[in-house]
Ligand binder design. Structure first.
Ligand code: NDP
Ligand code: OXD
Length: 306
């Protein structure tokens, strides 16, 4: 039984060590080194080139190194019957919560405005009206963000496909719940997966339904956002700004208008990242479940795309 780690950027040593501590019997290779391909039962992958995963004939499951699995499902050569397992990692979730809370707090407490005042030596004490936080996507990460925003005293609503209840949160479900949800979101936080249904969901139509002066936080995927619609709504004064972590093209090209748009903060897809020392547990537990014929946590529903 072997596992191949496929990733292009960060070194894989920490992953190898974390997996070895929890599953010493697991033979781990780092792409492009694979050992005998027919012995590879698992891949742990981020953005493998199309066709690479399909090159392993005896795979039992595909693990995503991140919470999103769009990078796996967009590869048409990946066999449709193989379990795809998204990352569920307490460190990743915690970091996403930190990012979202930071964005909400800095918008609420007008940090940019304070900095601008400071630059002019201005002692000015603005009002800080209460903000309502709306979270799109109440999954592993969205729920944790909602809970932390609640703990900070914000009024929180959420939107998900099924609209499953969440304590303390006003939950709206499906297309019919979207207008009410949007109308109550002074800060809209997108934590949706990228699927056919969610592509382009942050458009003039939806963002235009936010209250005037609303602020967008997109830590989902760049494909959720219609870039020009956001820029236009900011220029028109309907939205006050945005904090964006994910983009249609990454790295964000140097001539992209988001770099210089007033009120827009660009972060380079760093809202959250997977920590091997904790995430290895998820991988090892999922492998054990698969081997025992059980359903592991995080298996993606292929038709839904998340
Ligand atoms: P989950 O799969 O746990 O949750 C997904 C949520 O989105 C669920 O609440 C689901 O609804 C909802 N949803 C999916 N499709 C729709 C739809 N069509 N309409 C309404 N709601 C929908 O995902 P995670 O919380 O683990 O991760 C969410 C996303 O965050 C990832 O897919 C990734 O894109 C992004 N991410 C970004 C990172 C970054 O660094 N920027 C890091 C980590 C994740 P329901 O509950 O009804 O199923
Ligand atoms: C992601 C991640 O899905 O970093 O973006 O986990």
């Amino acid at each position: 039984m072997s596992l191949v780690i496929i990733r292009k950027s960060a070194p894989a040593e920490i992953w190898i060590q974390a997996l070895a501590e929890r599953a010493p019997e697991l033979i781990v290779h780092v792409w492009p080194e694979t050992g005998p391909v027919d012995e590879v039962e698992y891949v742990l992958s981020w953005a493998a080139d199309p066709g690479v995963i399909a090159g392993f004939p005896n795979l039992k499951a595909i693990f995503s190194l991140g919470a999103g699995v769009d990078h796996v499902l967009s590869d048409a050569t990946v066999p449709s019957d193989l379990p795809v397992i998204r990352m569920i990692d307490e460190s990743l979730t915690r970091r996403m919560v930190q990012y979202v809370v930071h964005a909400v707090l800095s918008r609420h407490r007008r940090v940019e405005e304070m900095r601008a005042n400071q630059a002019q030596g201005l002692w000015k004490r603005p009002a800080f009206p209460d903000l309502r936080v709306g979270i799109m996507g109440l999954g592993e990460i969205g729920r944790a963000c909602a809970q932390q925003c609640l703990a900070l005293g914000y009024q929180v609503s959420g939107w998900s496909r099924r609209g499953e209840p969440l304590a303390g949160v006003e939950v709206h479900g499906g297309e019919q719940g979207l207008p009410m949800f949007l109308s109550r979101s002074d800060v809209l936080v997108c934590l949706l997966p990228q699927t056919r249904e969610t592509a382009g969901i942050l458009s003039r139509d939806t963002l235009g339904q936010l209250p005037k002066g609303a602020y967008l936080v997109n830590a989902g995927r760049g494909e959720h956002l219609v870039d020009d619609d956001l820029l236009a709504l900011i220029a028109e004064g309907h939205l006050s700004g945005a904090m964006l972590d994910a983009f249609r093209k990454e790295p964000l090209p140097s001539d992209n208008p988001f770099w210089t748009a007033p009120g827009v903060t660009v972060t380079p897809h760093i809202a959250g990242w997977t920590e091997p020392s904790t995430a290895a547990r998820h991988v090892v537990e999922a492998i054990a479940a698969l081997r025992a014929g059980q359903q592991p946590r995080g298996v993606v529903h292929r038709a839904r795309g998340y």
